[in-house]
Each structure stands twice: as C-alpha cells, then as structure tokens.
Design a protein around this ligand. Structure first.
Ligand code: ADP
Ligand code: MG
Length: 261
C-alpha cells in the first residue's frame, strides 16, 4: 500500500463530530519532496484532516501511515500509548495559524527546546543548527529577543524554524498566514516557497491561491469533507474538473474571499 518513497499515506479516513460527518473516506498520498496544498471552503474539514494526520483527532475509520508505519495504532492493532504517539508526532512538524511560541524563552531558546528536551540531542550541535535555521528564515538578528517583541510575520517565521529544528519527516501547515496583517503575509510565504523548492515534504492548508499555484506540486480540493479534485496546480487553476471547484476559484478571482475565507 505504501510505496518506498511515500512519506504520508492517508487511507480512507472518515471522521464525524456527533451527527456531522466532517471527513468522508479521504485518501491521498504524499511522496518525499512533495508540497501538497489543501484548498477548500471554510468548514470543509481541512483543519480536521491535518489533526487526524497526527492523531490529535483520532479518525473514526481509515489509516494514516508515516513512512510506512501506522500512526495511532500499534503492531497489536491497539490505540498507541501516549509515549509512542508522542514519538511519532515528533516526526511531524506543525505550524498553525496562531503558533504559540514559548513566551519566557528567547527566539534561539524556542528553537533549541524541543531538540534538547525531547530528542536529547547534544546542545552544541542543536545550537549550530538553530542558528542556521534562523539565518534561513532571516531572523539572525532576533536570536536573543523574546517573542513578545516580534511582529506576527516574524513570530510565524520562528514557528516554522522551530518546527524545522526537530528535523521532521513531514511538515503540516494550517493557514499559517491567515492571522497576519496583509503586509506581513509575503515574508512568511517566501520562507514556505523556499522550503518547497528545497524539496521538504509538506501538506499546506492555505487560502493563498497564488502561492498554491506557484509552490504546490499537487492540489487537494476538499468540499464537505470529501476530496473533490486532486491534480497538478496548473490544471486545477486553469481547468478545474468540477463545478464546485470552479465556483470556489471564482470567489477568489472576484476577490470576495480575500484570503480569509
Ligand atoms: P476547515 O478547517 O476546512 O474550516 P474544520 O476541519 O475546522 O474545517 O471543521 C469542519 C467542520 O467540523 C466544521 O463544521 C466545524 O464546525 C466542525 N468541527 C471541527 N472541530 C470540531 C469539534 N472538535 N467538535 C465539533 N465540531 C467540530
Ligand atoms: Mg481550518
């Protein structure tokens, strides 16, 4: 079922909250180096899908595999204990709309905390890597600053660097720019586009259509918890196959949604 280079395999995942079916039989794979952008109207299940991938929400049906190993269910077919689940989650980096940095730690300490405390890696090595990551996101001069002193765009770039510091196999982004002032969006998208070019393996929920068109290797269009369309961005944006995708794109073309649907 999982090919050798497939980092993520989502197989028939369904999830309901009470009466509401939020995800219905969602299946897709992500190969190493791919950037899959998940698009869809508000309430279509995008956040729930990301939360199911790292088992923050246990799916009601279906399986999640990370590099061929099942997430959430152990070898005996039982729900994993917290320790095993935590170990798998360290392989999956997450960047949310509001990424809570640790307020009492400096920017550099925010990056070093996980690798040292969770991964038990040597401090000197972790520090060197953290400094390199700060350079990558353009925040070398902020290493000793506390998060409260940063702009929203800078905080989000620290959030991305902090996720990268754990050397995850997969990065999940949930509308990382939706909470930002418009003039701060670009600096975060530039960092994400760099990661895509580098061949990081990513699943990105976004309403930034121009970014998705440029950076995605593949688009996954969700509506009412179902995968309605999937394919290369060029095809999705120029000749969507379904009326629902056409309507969705039309709303953005008209500027109605303005990136904050
Ligand atoms: P999206 O991210 O695409 O906007 P979500 O995954 O956040 O969509 O939500 C999909 C649907 O599931 C929405 O109708 C939302 O209200 C509902 N939902 C999400 N989380 C919960 C929850 N914990 N309990 C009940 N309903 C939820
Ligand atoms: Mg959401």
């Amino acid at each position: 079922m999982t090919g050798p280079s497939k980092v993520l395999d989502v197989a028939g995942v369904s999830k309901r909250f009470g009466e509401l079916e939020v995800l219905s039989d969602v299946s897709f794979g992500v190969d190493k180096g791919e950037t899959v952008c998940v698009l869809g109207p508000s309430g279509s299940g995008k956040s729930t899908l990301l939360r199911c991938i790292n088992w923050l929400e246990p799916p009601d049906a279906g399986q999640i595999y990370l590099n061929g190993a099942q997430v959430g269910i152990n070898g005996a077919g039982l729900v994993m204990n917290d320790r095993d689940l935590s170990r798998i989650r360290t392989r999956i980096g997450m960047v949310f709309q509001h990424f809570a940095l640790w307020p009492h730690l400096t920017v550099l300490q925010n990056l070093m905390e996980g690798p040292i405390q969770v991964q038990r890696r040597p401090k000197a090595e972790v520090r060197d890597e953290a400094l390199a990551l700060l350079a990558k996101v353009g925040l070398t001069d902020k290493q000793d600053v506390f998060p409260a002193k940063l702009s929203g765009g800078q905080k989000q770039r620290v959030g991305i660097a902090r996720a990268l510091a754990m050397k995850p196999d997969l990065l999940l982004f949930d509308e990382p720019t939706s909470a930002l002032d418009p003039e701060l969006v670009a600096e975060v998208l530039v960092v994400m586009a760099d990661l895509a070019r580098e061949g990081r393996t990513m699943v990105i929920v976004t309403h930034e259509m121009a970014f998705a068109r440029e950076a995605a290797t593949r688009i996954l269009f969700l509506d009412h918890g179902r995968v309605i369309e999937t394919g290369p961005p060029e095809r999705f944006f120029t000749e969507p196959e379904t009326e629902r995708a056409r309507q969705f794109l039309q709303r953005y073309a008209n500027g109605a949604a303005s990136g904050r649907a």
